[in-house]
Design a protein around this ligand. Structure first.
Ligand SMILES: [Zn+2]
Length: 273
């Protein structure tokens, strides 16, 4: 990520993920390696299997290939929301309920050699020797909703801020467009009046439609004002200027009768003052 904002967002999300992982690692079953059951060494994870494992078993997992196990370090890797969701969905206890469902109670896990452990892990995940089958009772629901993990709180906050900024921008754009339209209408009216009064109608240019919407001009150009005043003078319309402004305000307020009204009214004053 290139920008500072993006980096900060990532770091914020990463902190949140580390906190979730730390909480998960505090659970009894996750303190032991999911495969060899050694305690206090499960600092690695197979995120697609959703298990906490030790460094030795993580090496064996890597040899299985990523189509079976995707290994990451709890501490050193930058975790993705999807990986976190999988860890929350599974965890060592529920994963064992899936992968070791038919493992005999008196089964003794290989303790010593890496080779024996390698065989056990291959039997478990590659050959699916003890896996829960479709004919077996359905596995219990996960304790955590995977979706809750993906929609983690900090990300939500950022989204809110982004939505707000977007709303403000849209509001601003809308106001500017409206303003330009009114202005054009007003100028056209002045031109029509001028024409009706036989005054150099061709010289009164209708308000440019290409007025930049990002920087609306609340006040008409001075020369335009003069022309409008001249037109009004002969037309006998007093105070047309202020009258139309009031009309504008009323219109805008009507439009703001919706949830975004606060953002809108703030912008309103910024544009109109
Ligand atoms: Zn292990």
């Amino acid at each position: 990520m290139a920008t500072r904002a993006a980096r900060e967002k990532n770091s914020h999300l990463n902190e949140h993920h580390k906190k979730i992982l730390a909480d998960l690692m505090g659970e009894e079953a996750n303190m032991h390696c999911a495969d060899c059951r050694r305690k206090g060494q499960a600092t690695w994870a197979s995120w697609n299997l959703g298990t906490f494992i030790c460094i030795r078993c993580s090496g064996i997992h890597r040899c299985l290939g990523v189509h079976i196990s995707k290994v990451r370090s709890i501490r050193m890797d930058m975790w993705q929301p999807e990986w976190i969701a999988s860890m929350q969905e599974w965890g060592n206890e529920r994963a064992a309920d899936q992968w070791e469902y038919h493992l005999p109670d008196d089964f003794s896990r290989p303790a010593g050699s890496d080779q024996a452990m390698d065989q056990f892990i291959r039997n478990k995940y590659e050959r699916k020797k003890w896996i829960r089958k479709a004919s077996d009772p359905k596995i219990r629901e996960p304790k955590f909703s995977p979706k809750a993990a993906a929609e983690a709180a900090p990300a939500k906050e950022l989204t809110h801020a982004e939505i707000r900024a977007q709303m403000l921008a849209e509001e601003k754009e809308k106001k500017a467009r409206k303003k330009a339209k009114k202005k054009a209408k007003k100028a056209a009216k002045a031109a029509a009046e001028a024409a009706a009064n036989g005054e150099e109608a061709s010289a009164v240019s209708p308000e440019p439609s290409e007025t930049p919407i990002t920087s609306p001009e609340p006040e008409p150009e001075p020369e335009e004002k003069e022309k409008a005043a001249a037109a009004e003078g002969s037309g006998g319309e007093e105070g047309e200027e202020s009258g139309s402004e009031t009309e504008d305000d009323d219109d805008d307020n009507d439009d703001d009768n919706r949830p975004a009204s606060r953002a809108g009214s703030t912008l309103d004053s910024a544009l109109w003052d």
